[in-house]
Design a protein around this ligand. Structure first.
Ligand code: GDP
Length: 456
């Protein structure tokens, strides 16, 4: 069970807005709210059923602070599993803080980061991976990230890990029963049964581990570099993706001087872009700085969009660029497809497995571009909602469990006793329970929730 202290916090951002929401959770939540809130109906909140709202005024002594709506949730049917009151007041910074202060004066404690969700976890309302999904949902900046966070919140990863755990528990239970009650007529444990279960679970975990980078791109966006010599249409492409004109587009080669950071979405996937100065060798210091920045970013880029001008033949500069891009996750973007085609497509095809023809100016070819991008990132067919490891904690647990499973397999193949196999299995199960939060130390739980916002 969670701490029995009653806690409160402002759940909305620390900013002026239409409405602010304060949340109170714990055994004294309703009583504390009743001491500061005078409902128009005259019916105290303590007489309200769960999921009901009351309109009234919050007072600090005899000073009326604000007219608000107070919503009552009764545990266990609330977000935290405890009694909860949510107060929606006018969204001013001062008024919201005054209301928080008057609630705190009632003997209520200030909530720490993520403390409401932590209580939901401790009260069994959600697994640790689901709670982590809540944090990811709040941070999601694109459709794919949103889907993946919702998948986690709805328990996609939890269920998968739970299935793995159950499978291993069944085997472990069978081994234990067989060893502990030899006189009972328990079927002997077939090593095939153990071997298959270990292999299946290991394959599931290894699949999750292999997709970790894809999940990260879906959640956090893809570090993308747009490269190409001046005037091929990089800024036009970027503006098209962004939907707004952020870079300066001009006919004079080399006018996009420095790296302009921008986040855009392509088919729901967030691309963290940098438009750059042309890659052309130049004496112009400012432009050169931009080029160098772009080239530096190539080392860490998860995606490179190499832009060429279809209306002119490949130049030596283009060919030099192509050489530098060898082996990188790159899509060759042949822009200006609305003009006469002059590009040596054979040459490009020999160097790029992923090529697309677009007209950034005429907004043509974006869906083909998106298809190639998804393909080069191995995201084709991923809608983000399936089970995925969402952070390093989960990754590290899955990695540990997979390694330990490898050891269990070796124990089995090595002809050790079933006892030894069972001990090894137990250690795998323990790590999987740590992943879902079913058997986890307070330090890990505190660490997870320390990344949350106050009020969540
Ligand atoms: P950058 O130097 O690579 O960033 O190129 P810009 O985006 O500044 O574009 C250079 C010129 O090419 C501008 O006059 C654009 O309007 C033009 N341009 C860009 N994309 C297209 C396109 O798809 N078709 C045609 N015909 N012109 C384009």
């Amino acid at each position: 069970m969670a701490d029995s202290k009653t806690i409160a916090a402002i759940s909305t951002p620390n900013a002026v807005g239409g409405i602010s929401v304060l949340r109170i959770s714990g055994p004294e939540a309703i009583a504390a709210a009743d001491r500061v809130f005078r409902p128009v109906s005259g019916k105290p909140l303590s007489s309200h059923k769960g999921y009901t709202a009351a309109y009234g005024t919050v007072f600090d002594g005899e000073e009326a602070l604000d007219d608000v709506v107070a919503t009552v949730f009764r545990g266990p049917k609330s977000y935290t599993g405890e009694d909860v009151v949510e107060i929606s007041c006018h969204g001013g910074l001062y008024v919201t803080r005054r209301i928080l202060m008057v609630i705190i004066k009632q003997g209520v404690s200030l909530a720490g980061p993520g403390e409401f969700t932590k209580r939901a976890f401790l009260n069994g309302k959600m697994s640790l991976t689901q709670a982590e999904g809540v944090a990811d949902l709040i941070m999601a900046s694109g459709q794919q990230g949103l889907r993946s966070a919702r998948g986690a919140m709805q328990g996609a990863l939890y269920r998968k890990i739970r299935d793995c755990t159950d499978r291993l528990l069944t085997v472990s239970g069978h081994i234990a029963a067989y060893m502990d009650y030899p006189e009972e007529e328990i079927d002997p444990v077939e090593s095939n049964e153990i071997r298959d279960a270990l292999a299946d679970v290991k394959a599931q975990l290894d699949g999750l581990l292999a997709n970790f980078d894809q999940g990260k791109m879906i959640r956090e966006g893809v570090e993308t570099v747009i490269l190409g010599k001046p005037n091929v249409g990089k800024s036009t492409l970027m503006n098209l993706l962004a939907g707004t004109k952020k870079s300066i587009v001009t006919d004079i080669p080399g006018t996009t001087r420095d790296v302009v950071e921008e986040t855009v979405t392509l088919d729901g996937l967030v691309l963290r872009l940098a438009d750059t100065a042309g890659i052309r060798e130049t004496e112009d210091f400012v432009e050169k700085a931009g080029v160098e920045l772009a080239l530096q970013r190539l080392d860490t880029a998860q995606l490179v969009l190499a832009v060429f001008d279809s209306s002119s033949p490949l130049s030596q500069e283009d060919k030099d660029l192509i050489q530098r891009l060898e082996g990188l996750p790159c899509v060759a973007v042949c822009n200006k497809s609305d003009l006469d085609q002059q590009l040596d497509m054979e040459y490009l095809r020999a160097h790029f497995p992923h090529i697309v023809e677009i007209s950034a100016r005429e907004n043509q070819g974006l869906s083909e571009l998106s298809r190639e991008v998804m393909d080069v990132l191995s995201l084709t067919g991923t809608d983000g909602s399936g089970p995925m490891l969402a952070n390093l904690r989960q990754f590290e647990c899955a990695q540990r469990a997979s390694n330990l499973l490898g050891e269990t397999q070796a124990t089995l193949v090595g002809g050790y006793t079933l006892d030894a196999v069972d001990v090894s299995l137990e250690s795998v199960i323990s790590v999987l329970l740590e992943l879902t939060g079913e058997r986890v130390t307070d330090a890990v739980v505190d660490q997870v929730f320390s990344h949350f916002c106050v009020g969540k």
